[in-house]
Design a protein around this ligand. Sequence first.
Ligand code: ZN
Length: 317
Amino acid sequence: MKKHIVGIDIGGTKLATVVADENANILYKTRKPTLAEKGPDYAIQLLFDMVDETVAAAGLKQEAISAIGVSCGGPLDTKTGVVYSPPNLPGWDALPLKARLEAEFQIPTTIENDANASALAEWRFGGGRGYDIVLYMTMSTGIGGGLVVNGQIYHGANDSAGEVGHQILLPDGPRCGCGKRGCLEALCAGPAIARRAQEAVQKSPKTALLKLTDGDARAIKSEHVLAAARDGDALALQLIEETAYYMGWGIANLLNILNPDIVLIGTIAMAAGDLLLQPIRETVAKMAMARPVDAAQIMPAQLGENLGDMAALALVV
Ligand SMILES: [Zn+2]
C-alpha cells in the first residue's frame, strides 16, 4: 500500500530526509552535512543514498512511498522543478532537481522554496491551523516569507511572491544582501540586529551586552541582545524597540496589502516572545489601517527544530 511519504529538506549546511506515515508522523529521519562546496552532483547522490537508507530504516520498501516533498532554498520554479542559484548552494544553477529525483525513484515529487513550504507547514501543523489567510515570516539570518490562502501557497506569476524581507523601508538605509538599500531584512534580520548592537556599544560601554561577550563588540549577536534585554539592559531594550519598530512598519504594510488572519514570525520572534512581539503589535496598530489590524493576530511561529522536516512533508501529506 502506497501510504507513506518522504520529505527532503535541503539547506546550505545540512540535508535531511524523513519518512512519515500518511498523517505526517515521522517514522525515521536521516541528517547529513550538505558539504555545499562539493557541488550539486555530490549532494544529489547523497540525497539518493539518504532516501534509500531512511526508507529501509523505517522498515519499508520503496513501493510504499506515494510522494516526495522537497523544501529547498529558492529561487526555483515549482512547475518545472528547476532550482536557480540559491545563495547558499553554489553551483546549483538551473538544476533540474525534480527531474533528477523522479528519474531515480519513479515517485511523484513536489519542490517548493523553503519559506513557502514552511508557511504551508505552519498552516497545516503549527500556529496557522484553522486560519484561511496565513502570512508566515522567517526572522533569522534573513527575513523571508510565505502566504497561504485557503490552504494553497500564493506563488505569484513566477514563484517570486512572499519576499517580505525585501520591501524597502529606508531608501538610504543599510545595504541588503539583495543589493538594494534599507530593506526590512537589512534592518531586522539577525545580522542586522547584531551590526546595530556592535555600533551602539561604542557609545555605551557600560552595557551588559559587552559583558556577555567578554568585552568583544564584534562577537555580539542577536541572541546576546535578547538575553541582555531580558535582564533589563537599557541599550539592549532600545535595540529591541528599534527592531520592533521596523518589523512593525513592515508588517503594517503587509497587513494593508494582504489583510491576513494571522501573521506568524519565526526564529528570533519565537525566542523573544512578547519582549519583541508586543512592541511590534503596538507599532502595527499605529501604522496600519484599522480594519486589517482588527483582523490580524501577530504571533510567534510554532514549529521549531523540526520545521524543515514538516515543511517538506506539508507539500505532500
Ligand atoms: Zn533586500
